[in-house]
Design a protein around this ligand. Structure first.
Ligand code: NAD
Length: 370
């Protein structure tokens, strides 16, 4: 069941691709600030409930990033394979008229710049973001999301009086966000000691090497074959590290494992890697959790920058400013008001949405008076 409240969702679209027997969903959560913006997740068992939760996170994330977009998300219930390009093309064709007026897609798990190129080919270059550089795009493959995650991590580390140089880190997921986060952390001198993917995990107390991990992953299909101790990926969360960065699917930190987490800082590279109630438990224990709606906004900020024709060079500076400013704002407010960082972030997002609803006359103050 999708939860519904005064913010949305405004529209839930269910599609069926009969060529490939594939169902997909688009949830347009709230468009007060502009067309709904959010990525396409392509995973066999994706559900409409998962997509709706992700769409709501996008509503708040885009409001906090102060970009003129509402929140939306799409899920295609298929696993990556040779038919992916055709499935993406059919998905785009079925959404003609919705994209880009009410929904502007981008990449998410298992979709990338080449999938975005197919959508642009069907619906035009302004219909989609994160297109390849050759099409005038700014692909997320440049590492924009990981860059923002590291900006947020560095600020959170200050609050815990931890120096990023030499700090130990565990990263869950070795895709777009996981690899780019590792790259920018390495540039800051942090020591990534544990990395996982869907097939397993590798641990090395002396630190893992990004180039070696990329090579092993491309040759053998998993990071678990790199130099270090191979373990089950579920053990990533309990490693004795300063910083934990989930960068895979939702709810990976859950009732079964959250008590085993030893990290003092958790930066949510992934969307919704844990429930709000678990975030509250971490807050009570003094663990800083930088929520997804702040930490991983680099991707959507870059998407906006691409669609307003900023250059690839400008994008990293914009991400640093926006995520840096917001991380400080919410960590400061959280400390002052003794509330979890997500709670204060959502309060700010809600205020921005409500004031725009008033400006646009979407919900007049006396609308509900009888
Ligand atoms: P991706 O498909 O590029 O990579 C996902 C990675 O997660 C893969 O390495 C996969 O092996 C791994 N994984 C899957 N199941 C796992 C498990 N059980 N244990 C450990 N690893 C597992 O996806 P991505 O684009 O990097 O997205 C990752 C997360 O970041 C998602 O939650 C996504 O919504 C969020 N996010 C992505 C972007 C972006 O720019 N791509 C932006 C904001 C948020």
């Amino acid at each position: 069941m999708i939860s519904v409240d005064e913010y949305g969702p405004e529209e839930v679209i269910e599609l069926y691709d009969k060529d490939f027997n594939v169902r997909s969903f688009v949830v347009i959560d709230n468009t007060a600030l502009g067309p709904g913006k959010g990525g396409i997740r392509l995973i066999g068992n994706v559900t409409v409930e998962e997509v709706a939760r992700l769409a709501r996170a996008m509503t708040f994330k885009n409001a906090l990033a102060e970009i003129p977009y509402g929140g939306a998300k799409a899920g295609i219930a298929a696993d990556p394979g040779p038919n992916k390009p055709y499935i993406i093309r059919n998905f785009a064709r079925m959404l003609k008229g919705v994209i880009p007026t009410r929904y502007i897609p981008g990449p998410d798990m298992n979709t990338n710049e080449y999938d975005m190129a197919i959508i642009a080919d069907e619906l035009g270059p302004d219909a989609v973001s994160s297109k390849p550089l050759a099409m005038g795009g700014i692909p997320h493959e440049l590492g924009v999301t990981g860059y923002g995650v590291v900006v947020a991590t560095e600020i959170a580390a200050e609050y815990k009086k931890i120096k990023l140089k030499g700090a130990t880190v565990a990263i869950e997921g070795f895709g777009n966000v996981g690899t780019s986060t590792m790259q920018f952390l390495a540039e800051k001198g942090a020591k990534v000691v544990a990395v996982s993917d869907s097939k397993g995990m590798v641990y090395n107390k002396d630190g893992l090497d990004l180039e070696e991990l990329l090579k092993v992953k491309s040759e053998k299909g998993s990071v678990r074959y790199a130099k270090g101790k191979a373990m089950d990926n579920s053990l990533l969360f309990e490693q004795d590290v300063d910083i934990l960065i989930p960068a895979a699917r939702g709810d990976s930190i859950n009732e079964a494992n959250y008590k085993k987490v030893k990290a003092q800082i958790i930066v949510e590279g992934a969307n919704i890697p844990m429930s709000e109630s678990i975030e509250k438990e971490f807050f009570k224990k003094g663990v800083i959790v930088v929520p997804d709606i702040i930490a991983n906004a680099g991707g959507v900020i870059s998407s906006w920058a691409e669609l307003v024709h900023k250059s690839e060079k400008e994008v990293f500076g914009i991400i640093e400013n926006k995520i840096g400013k917001n991380t400080r704002l919410i960590l400061e407010k959280s400390k002052k008001e003794n509330k979890p960082p997500r709670e204060v972030a959502v309060e700010i997002a809600r205020e921005r949405i409500k004031s725009m609803e008033k400006v646009r006359g979407i919900k007049l103050p006396n609308q509900n008076k009888g």
